[in-house]
Design a protein around this ligand. Sequence first.
Ligand code: 2AL
Length: 247
Amino acid sequence: MLIRVINPNTTRSMTEKIGASAQRVAAPGTRIIAVNPDSGPVSIESHFDEAISAVGVAEEVRKGERDGTDAYVIACFGDPGLLAARELTRAPVIGIAEAAFHLATMIATRFSVVTTLGRTGIIAEHLLQSYGFAHHCRRVRAAEIPVLDLEDDGACALERIVAECRRAKAEDGIGAIVLGCGGMADLADEIREAVGLPIVEGVTAAVKLAETLVSLRLGTSKHGDLAFPPAKRFTGQFEHLSAQPGS
Ligand code: 2AL
């Protein structure tokens, strides 16, 4: 089974970290390819960053279709371009936020999210609403860490995330915590150890859900709104996204 894990930002070191976390939980027969777009923001922490990154996600799905990909994971907590990506393939496409929310509700009645910057909290809140998980989430918290500080050993990211998780445990009346950034994938075990609560991390959750869907032969439905988009010509810098085989 081939799972293409797409880090929607262009920071290669984060893509490698995400790929290693994905491979660590993958079944023996699963091969992970971790990729990121060639162009776009180095980190995603605004609505604007998300909008631009969604084009890169679509490009990576188109590339994956040429490689026989069995499933895709979108490894950014805003799940940028998720529905567009689903339109482009019959394979399952899983966003890390939706994967983490689903699993959190199966192990706890209430959870909180601990994300990077406060200003990106609204992105998680919108997803909780649109996916129907808002009633399960007590609070979206932020450790106030810029995404790229997760790549900087001197930034004390782990300590700051643990401190916020401990506040969530003490104040929110929750049974689990969802980590709110793909760049936190390598920290989940240490955070779990330090906080003493189930910590749901989206990259690993999405890989296991992708494996489940593939093994059950469940792919993205092509009946209805997730059918391939209408063939048409794109112009200018997006000409390469014009009608493709299979669409
Ligand atoms: C993210 C994420 O997961 N990757 C990134 O660049 N930005 N989202 C976030 N809330 O920090």
